[in-house]
Write a protein that binds this ligand. Sequence first.
Ligand code: SF4
Ligand code: MG
Length: 335
Amino acid sequence: MTPLLEVRDLAKHYPVRSGMIIARQTGTVRAVDGVSFHVDRGETLALVGESGCGKSTTARLALRLIEPSAGSIRFEGTDVTRIGGAPLRALRRRAQIVFQDPYASLNPRMSVGDTIAEPMIVHGVGNAAARRARVEELLALVGLAPFHAARFPHEFSGGQRQRIGIARALSLRPELIVCDEPVSALDVSIQAQVVNLLKELQRRFGLAYLFIAHDLAVVKHMADRVAVMYLGRIVEIAPKRSLFAAPRHPYTRALLAAIPHPDPSGRGRVTPLGGDVPSPMAIPPGCRFHTRCAFAEDRCRVEEPPLRLVGESQVACHLAEQLPMADTAAGAGFA
Ligand code: SF4
Ligand code: MG
């Protein structure tokens, strides 16, 4: 089956120059540094990792909202890496985005109805009456009453604003929605409602999601498969069940071990990942995780591990088969 979205060796490198200090400050930020994955119709692929690992940039590259430095993007088998004009507009209809911050992503001067209708206007879909009817239908789909169309974003809570963002993303009947941390800015009590809404809409319309998150508890509810990013690369990609039950990569294990433990005594609440994430301007040679990995050996410092199949997972670690099975709740022996 041809994937809905497939990216290969995607990269985004930014040159950085500092006129203020010295020439040595000149360098390259490797924000995304060779990323490959696919998203099938109707599935959710979660992209997880610490902030600054390149998740959002990867999502924007995949939608052609920013231009890749290298690599390719295919939508249903068609190369869309360098398309422009009408073909790019056609792609925009099929692939939409929901942003993280429901406060910043809605225009405060535009009514909710106009906000939701705007993509239809841009793409010349329907007349004014048809668009009005569609806006009401979309409001109902996200659980908001039709009279809300006349209101403005400041009259809504964060959760309601995110519903409005979702209604807007749905307006062109896309097949893929990139959700860039859609619940991270919301109260925990509201997060589950929005996650459940996204799941319901997926069932109803067969939507595929590329779901960006740093919260693995949310990912556990949402994802079919999970890709873990570290410093601009995917280090593990696996079906959700395998990833949570038998994480292979030391970084995945550390992320899982950092999830608050359900034990009410608080035992097992460990944050085992020591050290800071290196700068994307100075990515360590060899395995880019070696500066924080408790298992690193000489080879790890010189030889970059490729993603390869181990069990049900694809893992970029030289020692993936040799490491003891992880006890994620106990922290798996991290420094
Ligand atoms: Fe750790 Fe080496 Fe595996 Fe990298 S390749 S994750 S440094 S054991
Ligand atoms: Mg981000």
